[in-house]
Design a protein around this ligand. Sequence first.
Ligand code: TXA
Ligand code: MG
Length: 320
Amino acid sequence: MTAPVLPIDDPAARQEGARILREGGLVAFPTETVYGLGADATNETAVAKIFDAKGRPRFNPLISHLADADAAFSLSARSPASKQSSEELAARWWPGPLTMVLERATDAPVAWLASAGLETLALRVPADLATRDFLALVGRPVAAPSANRSGRISPTTAAHVLEELGDRIDLVLDGGPSRVGLESTVVDLSKDQPRLLRHGAVTLEELEAQLGSVALVAAGAAIQAPGMMASHYAPEAALRMDVVEPAPEELFVDFGATREGAAADLSPTGDLLEAAANLFATLRRLDQPGVRSIAVAPIPAQGLGAALRDRLSRACHRES
Ligand code: TXA
Ligand code: MG
């Protein structure tokens, strides 16, 4: 079945989209940069559906979209310096095509899968009025990567979204062609030195005029490098995967209830969507001081299993 397409300018359509998101569904929506594939960022299972629909072979951290700067900053814990720079950037570019990475507040309700286990959150307030009204109706942060299948170009019309994902999502909100047509600029303000993680409509020169020097990071490379704390959550404990017989001192993370007495089970019924939803929260819960080693049961490589295995194998091969 192909997802219905409704005009985002219709208030009833925005209500319907907000209802679907609050119930854990997937709604593609327009932004000034590209169309986003949205899910309730506070719902681990809904976020797992994003990765399933895109067929992404790995769990990249996602941007949380908010209706306004107050809603965005309420999810963050800012140092005095990052407070000042983020307020300056927000005053100039929010709403607009700029994403800020900030430390997450301890009580921020964003799912760990949405930030790929990181202690930081990527936050963005898109420009379009109808889109922000829609986000306000959702009343929760909305996680959204570009609404295309993995490895394909980002969609800038509702028709593109339908071609890419029409049979995998619940609704497309149509706002016409995206004005910018290029993903947002991503700037990391969570460290002392601001860093540009992705080029976009807001340029390095513009950011430097506002902030002083901004470091350049090859974002793609950094995100993919194993063991890079800055871009991926890395457990302190050693990790083994595809383990059938854990050693006595190992904490065992089961999949599909294969053993008695496991420390956790990513999905007792062997459901990959559930396992994806539980992955980062489970690792974080078990990865406590004093825990030397975690052993994970075999997870099949099909569908979301590929992303689960990718994440676990990075954690196995990290440099310490
Ligand atoms: O224009 C856009 O930004 C579009 C629209 C839909 O808003 N969204 C988008 O999302 O391009 P996505 O998932 O394709 O890109 C998110 C980018 C990635 O480069 C990711 O690595 C980075 O943001 N990112 C997200 N959270 C991060 C974090 N906590 N730390 C560092 N980088 C992060
Ligand atoms: Mg993309």
